[in-house]
Design a protein around this ligand. Structure first.
Ligand SMILES: O=C(O)C(=O)C[C@]1(C(=O)O)C=C[C@@H](O)C=C1
Length: 286
């Protein structure tokens, strides 16, 4: 079984993939989140692990936008992984000895955002450089004497770096949610990964609604009438025309339940486009 994740080795996504698949799978680092989607889409990978949402920084837009691509229409979600996120400031062994010797800080934009307060308080004048992942920034600072990376602790060992400061995240409830994605082929049963019957059933949908007064109200009204709890609603530009949006909705329940099936059926009258992205059981454990 081949499972792709945002690489190089020792990203948070790598940790999430290990948590879900253990050593049973061949874990393959990919350069970008888009590359994970594309390799799942052309069946080079059986599964991909991608970050989707963080408790401090919100939605991972790179991931959300890939679900809107027409050429990746068959990609679905079959599980989610929650990971506590702790970040550290690390430098090369012969690099800066203290914070005032650091001129540049490299990291993934999500990790930089989660440490915004710490950076403002401790390194207000450094240049900030965004990289494709935290471990890519760790790999890059290994050869520099003026730079530091914000990265997970696994990177210190993987890239032989020393840690100058720990726990940079702006709150200790910092967590990221990841999706396991696969290419939907007509097969039954659907893959079920670590999804015990004990969790709360969640279904993710993506919709585009009619451009008229009250449509969003009508959509939420349908879910209210069927007693369906909405656990997340997030909008992104549709990228089809200006000021046009798609909505990502996570709801409690699964399409196999009659009340959810009926609600999704009724939803068609208010939407111009709709897709079920997948369903899984949410564990209460992090
Ligand atoms: O760069 C990494 O280590 C990643 O796995 C990406 C990512 C993200 O995109 O949200 C994953 C978890 C953290 O929130 C920070 C970065």
């Amino acid at each position: 079984m081949k499972v792709g994740y945002l690489g190089p080795a020792a990203t948070y996504t790598n940790e999430a993939a290990l948590k879900q698949f253990g050593s049973e799978a061949e874990l393959i680092p990919m350069r970008t989140i888009a590359d994970v989607f594309l390799a799942v889409g052309n069946s080079q990978l059986d599964y991909g692990v991608v970050p989707v949402e963080n408790t401090l920084e919100g939605g991972v837009t790179y991931t959300l936008d890939m679900f809107g691509r027409a050429d990746l229409d068959e990609i679905m979600i079959c599980a989610e992984i929650m990971l506590p996120i702790r970040s550290h400031l690390m430098v090369a062994q012969n690099g800066p000895k203290s914070l005032n010797e650091i001129k540049v800080v490299l990291s993934h934009p999500q990790a930089l955002g989660q440490a915004r307060g710490w950076l403002q308080n401790n390194l207000p004048n450094v240049e900030i450089v965004e990289e494709t992942s935290t471990s890519r920034s760790a790999e890059l600072v290994a050869g520099r004497t003026d730079a530091a990376a914000i990265a997970p602790i696994l990177c210190a060992e993987a890239y032989n770096l020393k840690v100058l400061a720990s726990d940079l995240q702006d709150a200790d409830f910092n967590q990221t949610r990841f999706f396991v994605i696969y290419k939907h082929r007509p097969r039954w049963p659907m893959p079920v990964l670590n999804n015990s019957d004990e969790g709360v059933p969640i279904t993710a949908i993506m919709i585009s609604i009619k451009d008229k007064v009250g449509t969003l109200h009508a959509v939420t009204d349908i879910f209210m009438r069927y007693d369906i709890n909405l656990v997340r609603i997030e909008s992104r530009p549709s990228k089809q025309k200006a000021w046009d949006y798609v909505f990502f909705i996570d709801l409690q329940g699964q399409p196999g339940q009659p009340h959810v099936a009926n609600a999704l059926h009724e939803l068609a009258s208010e939407t111009t486009w709709a897709k079920v992205l997948g369903w899984w059981n949410r564990s209460s454990k992090v």
